[in-house]
Structure formats: C-alpha cells, structure tokens
Design a protein around this ligand. Sequence first.
Ligand code: BGC
Length: 480
Amino acid sequence: MDNVTPSAPHDLAAPDPTEPALLGQGITGWLVVAMVVILFAGGLFGYDQGVISGALDGIRKSFILTPFLVEVVTSWVTLGAMFGALAGGELADRFGRRNAIILSGVLFVVGAAVQAFAPVTAVLVAGRLTVGAAVGVIAVAAPLYGAELAPRTLRGRIVSGYQFAITIGIFLAYLVNNWLSGGGSWRLMLGSSAVPGLLLLVVALIAPESPRWLMKMGRRPQARVQEAKLRPTGDVDASLDLIEKALKEEPQKAAWGEVFHKQWRRPLMIGIGLAVFQQITGINAIIYYANQIFASAGFPSASQATLTTWAIGGVNVAATVIALVFVDRLGRRLLLLAGLIGMGVSLAVLGVAFRFIVPALAGAPAAAPSIAGIVTLCGLVAFIVSFAASMGPITWTVITEIFPGEIRGRAVSICTAFNWLSAYLVSQCFLSMVEAFGSSLTFALFAVFCLIGWIWIFFQVPETKGRSLEQIQQTWAKTN
Ligand code: BGC
C-alpha cells in the first residue's frame, strides 16, 4: 500500500507530473483554505518557539528550576518536533494529509492545555513534547498537502510562505509575551497557542483531502468528490486521469537504504551540513533566550520584552523578505556567504561587548544599559538581519532542490531531523555554556561555527539558482 511518492517538509520545489491538470485553474476558495493551513502550520511552529522566551521568567518563579531544567522546558519542543517529523511522513502517507493535519491540530490544543495547567515541571515538559510532536507532524503534512493542491506556479511561494509564517509566528508570540509580561501570566502565554491550534483544527476539518493522495490509495470515487470541490469548473475525470497517469510514471519511493547510497552522498552531506550550520551558529539561542540576553546586557526588565519583540521578532520578519526577493536574482551562494559573514561579525561583536558587561550577568539589575549594552542590541539586530536574509530561508530552499525525486522525501526528512536535533542541542546547552564559559566565549564559539560554515559552503555548496532539478542532479553524477 505504501507506494506513495516521497513526501516531506518543505518538499515543494519539485515539478508535479499532474501539473497540466492543475494549471490554469487559478485560486479557488478551497485552495485558499489549503494555504491557510500552511500559514497556520508555520505560524504555530514559530509561535510555540517564540512564546517560551517570555514565559521562562514566570515559570522560574512558579517552579524551582535548575539551569538544566530551564533548558529542558525550552528545548524539548524541538526534540518532540524531531520525532514528530520522522513519524509525520508515514502518518500523512498512511492516513492522509488532512488527517495528519487534524491530528497535529489536536496535539497543539492538548499540548497547550497541558502546559497551561501543569502542576509540576514534569507535566509542563510533557506539554512541551506534545506541542513539539504537533509541530513535527504538521511541518511534514501541511507543505505536502499544499503542494498537492496548489498549481505549480504557486508552489515555490508556498516554500517561502512557510518560512515567512514561522517568523510571523515568532513575532506574534513576542507580541503576546510583551502584552502579558509583568503579570506573571506564563500559563496564559503558553495556553494561548490553543487558540490558533483550535482554528487550525476547524479549518482542517472543513478542508478537502488531497485528491492526489486519494488516487494513490486507489479511492477514485472519493477523489472525484474532492476534485470537484477544488476545481468546480474543470473536467474532473480528465483531471483524475492525468493524476493516475502521472502516478504510474513517477518514481517509486526508494527504501531508506537507497538514501544513503554513495551516489547521493554529496547532496545528503550538503543538506545535512546546511541544516546543522543553520542551528549551530546560534539562531535559536537568541530566539529562545532573547529576554535573558537583554537582561544580562543591562536592559531594565520593563524594556526587555519590547526589545525582543521588535529588535528580534519584527526584524526577523522584515529581513526574511530580503531573501524572498533576492534568492532567485543573486543566487543561493552569494546570500549564504554574505549572510554568514554578517552573522559571524555580529557574533564576534557580541562576544566582545559581553566582556564588558560581565557584572550584569551576576544578576545585578541595571537601571539603564551601558554602551556595551547598546552594542549588544546592535549586534543582535545585525545577526538577525544576516540570518533572516540568508541561512534562515535559503537552507530550506537548497534542501528542497538538491535531491532526486525518488529519495527527496526521505532525504529532506533526514535533513529536517538533523536541523531539529541541532536546534535541540543548542537550546539545551546554551544556558549551561553561558554558566560554564560565560556569554562572551559562547558567542565567540557561535562565531567560529560561522567561519567554519563559510569555508565549508564556499567549497561544497554549488549554485543552484536558475537550474532545473535535472541539471542539479547531473552535478552529482559528475562529481561521483
Ligand atoms: C529555522 C528555525 C528558526 C527560524 C527563525 C528557521 O529557518 O529552521 O529553527 O527558529 O528560522 O526564523
């Protein structure tokens, strides 16, 4: 039964053989529903990542937490997401794209409620894991669902739309944090993600199942009903015939072992490398612990949440647009290499700035930031701009275009799992590293990873701008 095409998060760049059946149909109401699902998917992921930054302070006051436990509470969303993503592909293939999305909607709501009412740390962590699993499942199912429903002309934008939605989600979470800060309302902050979770659930319940998936499962009558909903003016049977023909011609999903075949070693290394460097250069240490970094830099507590909201969250959304506009004009390599220089230099500046604000780290609350504090703020903004215009979205763009169809789904899942694993390790270790080596050295270490990443990208990552997927695959043939 499981001969479904490779499918995975961000797997939207590939040409769809059913395209002729979909072209010229324009945007229908149901397509809008599918896009709303994608936006919610990215948005909820971002929201659940961002909200913790404002909630930590209150959580610390309610429970007695060691730095290690603070890290667990923060980072286990990512751990849950890693497992969720690995299971998400199978769930979406076996039970349908829509049902997988409904399942994550339920997990979002349950996870939010468990966190909001958690009586002890262990329950809070269980809630974080549940939300993480929801994030992982939906990150696989939603882009896939959108890709199967959207005409090809819109598919590329959906990849970018997903990343953009993540940044908007983080920003919204910061806004909520800012709005609720001061009242110790961490339960409300974490519980509030039940609202978008519920909305997602409602939208997914009314959304149609992907006709393509139904056809793959041999359920033509049901596929006919859904196709008629999606394209009321088209010839439904002709459309389904095209899907059927395309399904027969498309490559079978390769076994897991095939993904590791030496023929694909180079693209796999490139995908995993980008996924890992995206994280070990420190983005989520900053996204999660922004408030604390501002506190350490001497900003008074009243201004910390506002700074996090605008200097990190707002700038992240705005700078993502730079990449969306320039990725096809300037190319992936130029943006990646330029972005990493910006990230590395700003991290080095942060490292130096923190050498001058060590006393604030000891917990002495400052009335106003010092010059070093202001430099820290500038360094953080420069880092976010550089990341959002390069390693943030372009990592995902490259990962979706370097693999051949038969291994793409599984290969992208592996890269995604590595991404979340690295995100987990960084957010799990950040506070302990700051305790052990100090902020200055921790930022310096991230800067060193930028340098190593730069050298590695310079020698390993080819330019893929303006090349067809077939041409990109030929590159690997030549290098083998
Ligand atoms: C990364 C996330 C990160 C986000 C920030 C994404 O590309 O995968 O880990 O939090 O960008 O905008």
